[in-house]
Design a protein around this ligand. Structure first.
Ligand SMILES: [Zn+2]
Length: 91
């Protein structure tokens, strides 16, 4: 998965420091814009440094707010949704 994929799928990125417990949920869209949409999530994590204690022991999870089946259906209807920008998905 790349940061661009993460932004497009509207996943939640949760990252935390294993040394001091500092935790953040960076916005995937902003993260993709800042680090590059082609950057893979593991590569991005490797580059993270804790803003509190400057540790590089960063761990993370990617949480998909939509169930996999719903996501597959979403991809199939993505074209339709793009034609109806007022359509919003509840998460
Ligand atoms: Zn830390």
């Amino acid at each position: 998965m790349t940061l661009g994929n993460a932004a497009a799928a509207k996943v939640r990125l949760i990252v935390w420091c294993r040394d001091c417990g500092h935790q953040v949920e960076p916005d995937p869209s902003e993260t993709a814009a800042r680090y590059g949409a082609d950057t893979t999530v593991p590569d991005w994590r490797e580059r993270l440094v804790c803003s509190k204690c400057v540790s590089r022991e960063i761990d993370m999870v990617v949480t998909e707010p939509l169930k996999a089946s719903a996501l597959a259906a979403l991809r199939q209807t993505a074209e339709t949704l793009q034609q109806r920008p007022s359509t919003r998905l509840r998460m």
